[in-house]
Design a protein around this ligand. Structure first.
Ligand code: 6CS
Length: 344
């Protein structure tokens, strides 16, 4: 018994004496099981495997460290090494990234967007924008088509009249939904469910996987696919930390990010299908509609002038980013040759 007790104490001491190893803190803006979570978990596994356990990645799900704005702040001040930073919230810091929020700019086909987001000229431009604001851009990827969930049906812009519609906190989103006649209400992600339940808002927009995992389908009655946008997020790092890493560690990150770019497309695609089925099964009375070409055209016409508002907010560099995205989408869609470049 005495020997067992000693063994136990030695074991405890042994644990305490063990060096902690290198830790990379990685915050995401979504909960467990989400697209961002699956990305971060794969990143964590790959880093662990490929450093033989020398580096441990700790993933902080949404809520653990506050809202998206708090996460960006922590990344900025080096409390975090890595974080997901969605343009939907990041527009307050980097107005140009709001180009990803413009309606009917990206393709309605996530596979086309996945190719477009690999465009080297687009990525190089984003690198510069992030660096200027004290962040390192690592990648951008799509998380699936966005759908509106509302209490009342929406098939025409007029149906938005006076609707209190929750948007993420980037300012351009106010202009986007005002253009449809809605009354946009910026709220953090964590407040959307209660906002709908307490009838402080009448609708919201998100990709289907999020509508399912955040239970927004429980507190709305219509799920509408307008074909207006895909949810895009970006992965960013703290620049001082990234620069302090030995070159082989930086290469490791680049490699993993490159591998995940393809994997995450498959993940979001499978989740979008599975979770739509789950919503249908759990809430058969939910009205699910996809707007037809004519209905989309009416929204597209209202969305068009918002591009000018974007350029007012984001300036000439915003305009340049807009051109780069348009060109990357056209190229990815096969509309012009891969080596065609956008004139400066
Ligand atoms: O609506 C939002 O605020 C959030 N939606 C998703 C799918 N990811 C993160 C973002 O903060």
């Amino acid at each position: 018994m005495k020997r067992l007790a000693i063994l136990f104490v030695l074991l405890l001491l042994g644990c305490e004496a063990q060096p902690e190893g290198e830790i990379w803190r990685f915050a995401i803006e979504e909960t467990s099981g989400s697209v961002q979570d699956q990305y971060a978990q794969r990143f964590r596994e790959m880093v662990h495997e490929r450093t033989n356990g020398e580096v441990r990645v700790i993933v902080y799900p949404y809520g653990a460290l506050g809202t998206s704005d708090h996460i960006t702040e922590q990344l900025h001040n080096a409390t975090l090494e890595l974080a997901m930073s969605s343009p939907g919230h990041l527009g307050k810091l980097i107005p140009e990234v709001q180009a990803f929020l413009l309606h009917y700019l990206l393709s309605d086909d996530p596979e086309v967007n996945a190719r477009a987001l690999r465009d080297p000229a687009l990525r190089a431009f984003l690198d510069g924008l992030y660096a200027e604001k004290g962040l390192s851009f690592l990648t951008a990827f799509g998380e699936g088509r966005m759908a509106w969930t509302t209490r009342e049906p929406v098939r025409r812009p007029e149906d938005f009249d006076g609707m209190r519609f929750r948007v993420m906190t980037s300012p351009l989103l106010l202009a986007s939904y005002e253009a449809y006649g809605a009354s946009p209400t910026p709220l953090p992600y964590s407040e959307v469910y209660s906002g709908l339940q307490l009838r402080m808002i009448d609708g919201q927009v998100n990709p289907v996987f999020a509508i399912e995992e955040m239970s927004f389908y429980e507190v709305t009655d219509h799920l509408i696919f307008p074909g207006h946008a895909e949810f895009v997020t970006t992965l960013a790092a703290n620049p001082d930390w990234l620069e302090s890493l030995p070159s082989e560690r930086r290469r490791l990150i680049e490699d993993i990010v490159d591998t995940l770019q393809t994997e995450i497309y498959e993940v979001q695609s499978a989740l979008a299908e599975e979770r739509l089925e789950a919503i249908r099964a759990r809430r058969p009375e939910m009205q699910i509609v996809t707007l037809d070409a004519e209905e989309r055209a009416a929204f597209r016409a209202r969305a068009e002038p918002v591009r000018e508002r974007y350029v007012e907010m984001a300036g000439p560099r915003g305009q340049r980013l807009l051109q780069l995205i348009e060109a990357a989408v056209r190229r990815a869609d096969g509309a012009f040759p891969a080596d065609d470049s956008v004139a400066e």
